[in-house]
Design a protein around this ligand. Structure first.
Ligand code: COA
Length: 377
């Protein structure tokens, strides 16, 4: 019997704390003014540059972001700290990232009408994991009582799509019947809240997806996966140098290069054409055109990027219904963005409708899955 992998469930968990642009800007500007005051002599002598102020209007116009969720808000807006104050947990307790992974996993299992006992592989895939080993996925597997195996994957902004592709291949090959893919994007500890160019970009979130064989699917809303495509092109334009080797290089483990940093303009210019071409090529391989797609669940880094990509593909800007934007509420959530859009905007599709999930970002990495809605049951 041939097995077809299907996407059968989706979960979205959001933290209880919200930080608006206005709150973030008040904190950043207080920090910048304090910095300028404390360094007034060096600034006057031209030894260091004064810090310019941030603005909520700029943030919304440049990115489409109005707010973001924070796993822990405490500390982020404190001018003397400017980073979340996450309480350490002893080794016998569930880790922070496993906890938010489990929150999304439960919702995805429920959505797919599945019990954890029916899952036989867990992939935790995101931009950062809070430790090297044991894998967060194995901790999640243990907490859910899943027999089988789990592993972590890091592919920055494309961690979610690349993991869904691995799940698709595992189900196709028969090495797993049902795979739970989770993206616990705990990004706030890697944000430089003292950096005017990037202090507003990221938010915390957790998404989860079920990929299983069509033979076992009992979900109301499910999708045939018509094709998957992945592409990487090396670039230093989005980078974090955080890593275990700092202990041996005697470098500052908390230096600003260890946090997220980017050449935003270059990213914008280089990634938009790459992503548009990637989608066109993927659709061509499937004998499809952009006009055939009903929905675009695009990566959520920047509103203007998404508008530009859809314009290149359709010859006009996609409508909010065609390519939903979730940046206003969620900000950039690393790899989870396209799956938040999917989670919120797919149940209205009818049998046979086509859509694409596509991520693009650091690496550079681009990943896509073309989906076809199955009969609603
Ligand atoms: N508040 C107010 N003004 C700001 C500001 C802030 N927080 N940050 C930058 N500016 C100013 C700059 O000083 C500059 O002023 P100038 O023109 O007088 O020199 C102007 O706004 C434009 O700055 P720039 O950094 O070039 O902004 P941008 O229009 O390129 O937008 C990004 C910045 C990050 C939103 C945009 O480059 C982008 O979306 N990049 C890639 C996508 C992304 O975020 N990727 C993340 C990883 S996937």
């Amino acid at each position: 019997m041939t097995r077809k992998p299907v996407l059968s469930g989706s979960g979205l968990w959001k933290p209880q704390h919200v930080i608006t642009n206005e709150e973030l800007v008040v904190a950043y500007n207080a920090y910048a003014e304090k910095f300028n005051q404390e360094n007034s002599k060096e600034i006057e002598n031209g030894k260091i540059e004064a810090k310019a102020l941030s603005s909520a209007e700029f943030i919304e116009k440049a990115s489409g972001i109005k707010a973001r969720y924070a796993y822990i808000k405490d500390g982020i807006l404190d001018v003397d700290r400017m980073r979340p104050k996450i309480p350490p947990r002893p080794e016998h307790e569930l880790s922070h990232q496993a906890e938010i992974a489990l929150n999304a996993a439960g919702l995805a299992l429920n959505d797919a009408n599945k019990d954890a006992s029916e899952v036989d592989a867990v992939i935790v895939s995101c931009a950062y994991t809070e430790r090297s080993y044991p894998a967060i996925a194995i901790e999640v597997q243990d907490a859910l009582g899943i027999k089988g195996f789990g592993f972590d994957m890091l592919v920055a902004c494309s961690a979610a799509t690349f993991a869904l592709q691995r799940a698709y291949e595992m189900v196709s090959a028969g090495t797993a019947d049902c795979v739970l893919v989770i993206n616990p994007e705990l990004t706030s500890p890697q944000v430089n809240y003292r950096d005017r160019d990037s202090h507003f970009i990221f938010g915390d979130i957790s998404t989860a997806t079920i990929i299983e064989s069509d033979q076992t699917c009992k979900s109301e809303h499910s999708y045939e996966i018509l094709g998957t495509s992945a592409e990487t092109v090396f670039s230093n334009n989005i980078r974090s140098n955080f890593g275990y080797i700092t202990y041996a290089t005697d470098d500052d483990p908390y230096g600003t290069d260890k946090l997220f940093h980017q050449q935003g303009r270059s990213v914008f210019k280089e990634v938009c054409p790459l992503a548009a071409k990637h989608i066109t090529d993927h659709l061509e391989k499937l004998d499809l055109t952009p006009q055939d797609l009903k929905r675009w669940w695009l990566h959520q880094a920047n509103l203007n990027m998404n508008l530009l990509i859809s314009k290149r593909l359709l010859g006009r800007q996609a409508t909010a219904e065609e390519a939903p934007i979730v940046l206003d509420e969620y900000a950039n959530t690393a790899s989870a963005g396209s799956l938040i859009a999917f989670n919120l905007y797919h149940k209205d599709l009818q049998q046979g409708d086509l859509g694409v999930i596509c991520s693009f970002g650091a690496g550079y990495s681009i990943g896509s899955l073309v989906l076809k809605k199955r009969a609603i049951t």
